[in-house]
Design a protein around this ligand. Structure first.
Ligand SMILES: Nc1nc2c(ncn2[C@@H]2O[C@H](COP(=O)(O)OP(=O)(O)O)[C@@H](O)[C@H]2O)c(=O)[nH]1
Ligand SMILES: [Mg+2]
Length: 251
């Protein structure tokens, strides 16, 4: 596997947690093994399962680990936005984001870091050389959502929804001024759209996604319908810009 090409201290690795008491210790130790010197950040939304107690224990033992506990379940998109602001303000060159439930493998972070030089944004793709073990409805939503996004928002990417990503400061700067509106999958799709629309350099690397083995999904299924609506709105924005030269916010 390729080694990261940047100084490890310039990398901030972020994950959001909601009820990940069964996963967060393993997430931390596996990320730490891969990036011994990187700064790690977790934003927890007052998980009722005691995730924050695990975070406190990890922080006591690892000086390069920090966590924020927010007052309530404010949502995944807003946790990612907060991490972007945090990474920007603290001057990190690179922000890596991923899920905490070990669906994204910490051992594959170096693939994203290796692809970032020459790009502003890297996403892990579960298509092509990548993989995804979803079955049933989740598989349908994953294949359907990403296929629709590929068709309606041509970026050259095959993945729009997963949160395993790396951003440089140009990407963070752009996203901190655009303010995506939706949470969950729609938020993740819109981030890709905004970066592409602004002419930033996007690329992808294959990742292997394994559905969680501990805990349950926290993202309501209604989010899938919401994502379809947002996808159509973004398509409208793209087409208006292309054919009418409209200055529209896409909202
Ligand atoms: N802080 C925070 N984290 C969340 C929230 N919802 C989900 N997460 C975390 O976001 C990641 C992805 O959520 P998950 O439930 O696994 O979604 P799925 O993989 O699409 O089923 C996990 O690390 C969750 O703990 C939320 O409202 N707030
Ligand atoms: Mg998950």
């Amino acid at each position: 596997m390729n080694a990261p090409q940047q100084a490890p201290e310039s990398v901030l690795v972020f994950t959001a947690t909601y009820c990940e008491a069964g996963n967060i210790d393993e997430w931390h130790s596996r990320v730490r093994r891969v990036l011994p010197a990187a700064r790690l950040l977790v934003i927890d939304d007052s998980s009722p399962d005691g995730t924050a107690e695990h975070l406190a224990r990890i922080a006591a033992a690892d000086p390069e680990f920090e966590y924020i506990v927010r007052a309530g379940k404010l949502g995944l998109g807003s946790a990612h936005r907060r991490a972007m602001q945090h990474g920007w303000d603290a001057g990190y060159e690179t922000l890596v984001t991923m899920d905490a439930d070990l669906s994204h493998q910490p051992e594959q972070i170096p693939r994203l870091l290796a692809a970032l030089p020459g790009h502003d944004f890297v996403i892990g793709t579960r298509s092509g050389q990548g993989s995804c073990d979803y079955t049933g409805f989740r598989r349908l939503a994953f294949v359907g959502g990403n296929s629709m996004a590929r068709l309606l928002i041509p970026t050259g990417l095959t993945e729009f929804t997963t949160s395993m990503r790396a951003f440089n400061r140009s990407a963070l700067d752009l996203l901190l001024t655009t303010g995506e509106r939706d949470d969950g999958y729609a938020y993740f799709m819109e981030v890709v759209y905004r970066l592409n629309d602004a002419g930033l350099r996007l690329t992808e690397v294959p990742i292997d996604f394994a559905d969680r083995t501990r805990g349950t999904s926290k993202i309501p299924r209604a989010q899938i319908a919401m994502s379809a609506k947002v996808l159509l709105q973004l398509t409208g924005h793209r087409l208006a810009k292309k054919y009418l030269g409209a200055h529209t916010s896409g909202r």
